[in-house]
Every structure is written in C-alpha cells, then in structure tokens.
Design a protein around this ligand. Structure first.
Ligand SMILES: [Zn+2]
Ligand SMILES: [Zn+2]
Length: 285
C-alpha cells in the first residue's frame, strides 16, 4: 500500500486542480492520497467527484500556525469541514484584513493618534481594507505628510510601533480546534530549517502533551540526520511518524509518492479520526 498524506492543489498553491491531483495520484500508483491545501477545504468536492477507483482520499488541510514568533504548519486530517470553530479560524487565517486593520487602529490610539475605525472604513470606501488605508488616515490627521511616510518603523512598517502581524493560529489552539472537529494533528516538516527557525523539541514535547498525534518525518526538507533525530523524538514522545511528498504539482520538483506513510500509521490515523471518513474512489467523472 502506497500512502501519501500531504498534497496541494489549485485550491491553495498547487498547480494540479483537485480532480487532476487525484487522477495523477492514481497514475503514480498511490492507494491513498491526502488533500491538504493551506487553510482551506475548498478542493474536497471536486477531488471526491473525480476520485478514480482503487484510490482512497483522505480529506485534510495544512494549517498556518505560529508559536514563539516561529511560523509552522500543522496538518489536520479527517476533521469535520463544517465544524464552526475550526471553520471560523481557517477563514480568519485566509482573510484577517479587517481584524488586523482594527488592531492597527487600536495600537495607534494607544500611541495617542486620534484615528478611528470609522475613518479607516470611510477611506477604504467598501474596498478590502488594508494597511494603506490606515496610512491614509494618518495623512488625513496630519501625523505624516504622505502615505509612504507612514510605512516606517515609527508607524506601520513591518515591525513598526503600530504594525500587526498577519494572523496565524497558535498551534495549541489548532490542536484544540482540530480535535474539537474530530480530526487528527500532525506537525508538518518540523525540521525544515531552510524555511527559517524551527520549533524547539521542548515545544514539540508540549504539543504532544496537548494532544498532537504525530510528526512528519520523511519529507524532502529533512536530511538523513534530521529524520533520524525526529524518529527518536517521536519514539520518546509516543508520536506517530508520517512521510509525504508535500506535492505542489509543477511548482516544486518533488513527485507524488516520493515519500510515503506506513500503512499501520495510516490505520491509526483513521482509527483516531471521528470527524470524517476516508473516501474510497468509485471511478470518478
Ligand atoms: Zn508546509
Ligand atoms: Zn504543504
């Protein structure tokens, strides 16, 4: 049995449509493929409708998280896609422009700038609100002479006094939400150092304590040393070990099934999940 539990489609940043992905997965000789687009379940229906006979689909998502200022990804499998709390969080991660702009207004107010949300909304004039609108408010109030003068450390530039980061989910909250939706959580590529700082093992131990089910070990961004270390960690923390391609179509060079997950681990994931069942292919359309 060949099982690939981490793949992206055009529902996020992959280049295969969800239908194309499942067809390619069957052609690559996979028995099980997971659809794990970033913060969305938008591709499910199309993938299910096109699912070839003999291929089983595991529905999932890759959730954008951040802990200690470190961005990380959490794979969530077989959760109920309609469960409201997790759904709201996915939507917030995909589009947090309004909460983010409101938080910037609050920071500016705390700095003594008399900017209001009503003012920023009026400037946005029904468009999707963003930092430039907040900057324009600063110009209107005479705080800065031009919009670009608002994009400084003093005000709204990245890391500036009134800057607010894009929303990413706290991984402990992600685990709580995914469990609440009947899903299973696997920390994606935890040692992918070339993407930036990685989460320390002490934090992974805390995540395990909080209900994390597993870690992705066999991944293109992990060298042999990292895999061995992660396997040891998984053993110590009693975590499941997965392997997956993290396929993105032609956006990355890795092919479907380049790394796979042990059938026993897959079985354990399906046993733990209560939010959704794997979907067996019936021939597709
Ligand atoms: Zn990722
Ligand atoms: Zn991914």
């Amino acid at each position: 049995m060949r099982i690939d539990l981490h793949c992206h489609s055009t529902a996020s940043d992959g280049t295969d449509t969800p239908a194309g992905l499942v067809r390619n997965a069957a052609a690559a000789g996979l028995d099980v493929v997971a659809l794990t687009d970033h913060d969305t379940t938008r591709g499910y229906a199309e993938a299910v409708a096109a699912l070839p006979e003999g291929l089983t689909l595991v529905t999932g998502a890759e959730l954008s998280c951040r802990v200690d200022g470190i961005s990380m990804h959490m794979l969530a499998y077989l959760f109920d896609p309609a469960e409201p709390a997790l759904l709201a969080e996915r939507e917030l991660v995909r589009d947090d422009r309004v909460p983010r702009a409101k938080a910037m207004v609050a920071k500016l107010a705390a700095l003594g700038v008399p900017v209001t949300w009503e003012q920023v909304e009026r400037i946005a004039a029904g468009g999707s609100v963003g930092r430039p609108h907040v900057a324009t408010a600063l110009v209107e109030l005479g705080v800065v002479p031009t919009v670009s003068d608002a994009f400084t450390e003093e005000w709204l530039a990245d890391g500036g006094r009134a800057f607010v980061e894009k929303h990413e989910t706290d991984p402990f909250e992600a685990i709580r939400l995914v469990k609440g939706a009947g899903g299973v959580c696997v920390f994606a590529h935890p040692a992918a150092a070339k993407r930036g700082r990685t989460v320390p093992e002490s934090r992974i131990a805390e995540l395990a304590e909080a209900g994390l089910d597993g870690i992705e070990v066999d991944h293109m961004d992990h060298d042999a040393e990292a895999r061995e270390r992660l396997r040891g960690l998984a053993k110590d923390l009693d975590l499941l070990v997965t392997g997956s391609s993290d396929y993105h179509g032609s956006r990355k060079t890795v092919s479907l099934g380049a790394y796979t997950t042990d059938p026993e681990v897959y079985g354990e994931i399906t046993r733990r999940a209560t939010g959704a069942f794997p979907v067996p292919g019936t021939g597709g359309v």
